[in-house]
Design a protein around this ligand. Structure first.
Ligand code: HEM
Length: 486
């Protein structure tokens, strides 16, 4: 790829930069590493440093010091996601991979290298696979999914309600979405937590990423075989039955994709929203006095702390310009979703309240835009709603500064969210039993979903984002409108 201009070297030969110095995390040629301790310590500050130094598109190094581009501009992210003729999702176009510089056991391999699912293909092949996933997801009735999540959430709260303290991450935010999502996939309940942990390792990109991936694939392979024998009301069965005639391997890989794409991101959304509600008096106050609805609070978190901060954006198919940079054919581009959401072009005032505006890029845009976003929102909102109604006097057990995080190139995760509250008895046994075995979410007519097309809308219909419930700042909306309209 084009050699990037070097950052200034640290002062003095061999001098180690002091802690907090921007020179931490620089690799060969003075290029910023997007991995490692220095990069994960404060990702938002890192993105702003890169923006200040390089503009909308910055040269970075991925694990193994493999070079790539981080797209930081809102407009540029839209440009990459919406132009499959210039930017392919197929990792076999990646020069660094062709040169043998990205080994199959690298932590970035499972996310970036070609794989047999719809995230890695373009055009008609993408439409076929994505159509099957999207239409199968459409068969889950959203209200019923909420009911299902509510039951799971109540069951979890029953386990710690009498203690007066809990770790909302480990005991709740990480488990509640998993219960709904693994059920949605069709995975037997006892296997859910192991699968969720494996998908976390994969997304965090630890050294366990590759073995975790193997475990996920084994479990899902067995699931596909069992659903051939005994179909159920779940994604596995509906993918098998879909007219796109996916092979068993394709079904397995799309179940894996949904597991990985959905689980950690939904958990992250729940955890980050709860953290803000608990630790930021203004946020909590706005929710309590009705100036902000829970949906708006979730949307605000999707702007400020998108669960996936960086996501693969594609591989340039030819030499091209982006954000004033010369990108060579075969270069990899990563979408800086958190950075793009904070782009001063669309948010002149850092951290501005967006009042339910849904034009953020947390789900990206273009043909690969997340097809499960409604499900993610429904699960997250329900999980939070149930908790706040059951334990209304939740309070943080530690100060904001004591919370710790784990980060990777792709995202940042809270390690724990300790809280205290007035102990309450669990729900009466009768109520718990009624909720113990939630009925499967009602089934929608699959033909109706299919008729709406792979993207879930009438063929030819324009994408209509729901109107914000409270009017967003006019300047911000005008800026977004200008950019989206291009
Ligand atoms: C709040 C939770 C979620 C967030 C923040 C999120 C975010 C994302 C992002 C950033 C992408 C990448 C889009 C791209 O490559 O341009 C994605 C893709 C995807 N997501 Fe989600 N997601 C969430 C929940 C879900 C859920 C609940 C499901 C399914 C039940 C799901 C299924 C998928 C699938 C299948 C893809 C691949 C789409 C494609 O390549 O065509 N996601 N998601």
């Amino acid at each position: 790829m084009t050699p990037p201009p070097p950052d200034p070297p640290p002062a003095g030969p061999g001098a180690a930069p002091p802690p907090g110095c921007p020179a931490h995390g620089l690799g060969p040629g003075g290029v910023q590493r997007l991995y490692g301790r220095a990069a994960s310590a404060a990702p938002a500050a890192l993105y702003e440093r890169l923006r200040a130094r390089h503009g909308a598109v910055a040269p970075v190094l991925l694990e193994g010091d493999v070079p790539g581009w981080l797209v930081l501009g809102y407009r540029e992210v839209l440009e990459v996601t919406r132009d499959p003729h210039r930017f392919s999702r197929d990792g076999r176009n990646w020069t660094e991979w062709r040169r043998g510089r990205v080994l199959p056991d690298s932590p970035i391999a499972p996310v970036l290298l070609w794989g047999p699912d719809c995230t890695h293909v373009d055009g008609a092949a993408h439409q076929r696979l994505r159509g099957a996933v999207h239409e199968s997801l459409q068969r889950f009735d959203r209200r019923a999914l909420r009911r299902w999540t509510r039951t799971a959430a109540h069951g979890l709260i029953d386990r710690f309600a009498a203690d007066g303290r809990a770790d909302l991450l480990g005991q709740y935010a990480r488990v509640a979405p998993t219960l709904t999502l693994t059920r949605l996939l069709g995975v037997p309940e006892p296997l859910g937590p192991g699968l969720a942990e494996a998908s976390r390792q994969l997304l965090i990109g630890t050294e366990r990423a590759v073995t975790s991936d193997r475990h996920i694939q084994q479990v899902l392979h067995r699931l596909v075989l069992s659903r051939h024998e005994a179909p159920g009301h779940d994604l596995a069965s509906w993918l098998i039955a879909h007219p796109a005639a996916l092979s068993d391997d394709e079904v397995k890989h799309h179940l894996r994709l949904v597991l990985v794409a959905a689980n950690e991101s939904t958990t992250n959304l729940v955890a980050n929203t709860l953290r803000l509600v608990l630790l930021h008096p203004v946020f909590r106050g706005s929710l309590l006095d009705g100036r902000m609805t829970l949906s708006e609070a979730v949307e605000q978190v999707l702007w400020d702390e998108p669960p996936i901060a960086v996501c693969p954006g594609g591989f340039a198919l030819r030499d091209t310009d982006l954000g004033g940079r010369r990108i060579r054919g075969g270069d990899v581009l990563l979408l800086g979703l958190a950075a793009a959401n904070a782009d001063p072009l669309v948010r002149p005032r850092a951290g501005a309240l967006m009042h339910g505006n849904r034009s953020h890029l947390a789900f990206t845009s273009g043909p690969h835009e997340c097809p499960g976003q409604d499900i993610g929102r429904a699960i997250a909102e329900t999980t939070i709603e149930v908790l706040l109604s059951r334990l209304p006097d939740l309070a943080p057990a530690v100060a904001a500064g004591e919370l710790t995080w784990s980060s990777s190139t792709w995202s940042r995760h809270l390690d724990a969210l300790p809280v205290v509250f007035t102990p309450r008895p669990p729900r009466p046994a009768g109520e718990r039993e009624r909720g113990a075995a939630p009925e499967p979410p009602a089934v929608r007519d699959p033909n109706a979903a299919r008729a709406r097309g792979a993207a879930g809308r009438a063929p030819g219909a324009r994408v209509r984002r729901p109107a914000p419930t409270v009017r967003a700042a006019l300047g911000v909306r005008a800026a977004l409108g200008r950019l989206r309209g291009r």
